[in-house]
Ligand binder design. Sequence first.
Ligand SMILES: NC(=O)c1ccc[n+]([C@@H]2O[C@H](COP(=O)([O-])OP(=O)(O)OC[C@H]3O[C@@H](n4cnc5c(N)ncnc54)[C@H](OP(=O)(O)O)[C@@H]3O)[C@@H](O)[C@H]2O)c1
Length: 274
Amino acid sequence: MMADQRVVLVTGASSGIGETCARFLSQRGHRVYGVSRRAAGASNAGDNGVIHLSMDITRDVSVKQAVGFLLQREGRIDIVVNSAGIGIAGAIEETSIEEARTQLEVNFFGVLRICRAVLPAMRERGSGYIVNIGSIGGLIAIPYQGLYSASKFALEGLSESLRMEVKDFGIRVVIVEPGDHKTSFTENRRPTDESSGNSPYRDRFHRAVARMAADEQSNPGPERVARLVYKIVTTANPRFRYTVGPASQRAAVLLKRIAPYSLVEKVMRGHYGV
Ligand SMILES: NC(=O)c1ccc[n+]([C@@H]2O[C@H](COP(=O)([O-])OP(=O)(O)OC[C@H]3O[C@@H](n4cnc5c(N)ncnc54)[C@H](OP(=O)(O)O)[C@@H]3O)[C@@H](O)[C@H]2O)c1
């Protein structure tokens, strides 16, 4: 192993932001393990050098097994990038508790599971980076993606607390908040069951989701997110929060900080056609 080669775990590495981060870090000489559900068991390094492992972040056993395997093989994990995530779309009224739980199970409890699994070894070594992929939708709520936004707002809170708790153990916790990027997230977004059929929200829902899809697919792919993650994990003392994405969406974050909320709401309702 090269002296400065670090062991990296990236969740959601089969697609989009996770896949791009895993490839980018691997190409820069790090030893990268990429996990996702679709990876078939432990596989040897593929074309881009990333070693794929099967893991479902919603299952305790699956997380423990994969992290245990990695620690046994490498003796340490230096960097974790929590990118695995899903999006469920629907009016809040038309989102079942089960669907809401599914959303939180991946985007929030999945990250918590990974953190709990990797922290003991990081704490013992007195070092580590945990980079959580949040969302601008976790700073400004998106209509008809309320449970998605709730999961990412929750991730903000978890990340803020965790950062304070583990700082003295030499572990850096950072949240990256991307705006829209072109990935498979758009085609993987699932409508809630009650969104179909004769919903009173139907027209607004379809307008909002069409807008989200257009925003995502008209923007560049996630290379700039990967570059940012690389910069973060090669910085001794990274900031807590990094927003990345289209200028208009980063401006909306600023607007929410300085303007009355009524103005932000007007802008959001207008943008999503609701
Ligand atoms: N794209 C955007 O515009 C955007 C904007 C802001 C934030 N984000 C955030 O960025 C992250 C990545 O999104 P993306 O755009 O890269 O989406 P994507 O292309 O749909 O990739 C999602 C990844 O998550 C994995 N995943 C989903 N459920 C999983 C589970 N239970 N266990 C393990 N892995 C799981 C998927 O792999 P398998 O299906 O094989 O498990 C896939 O690799 C998400 O947290 C998302 O909220 C995306």
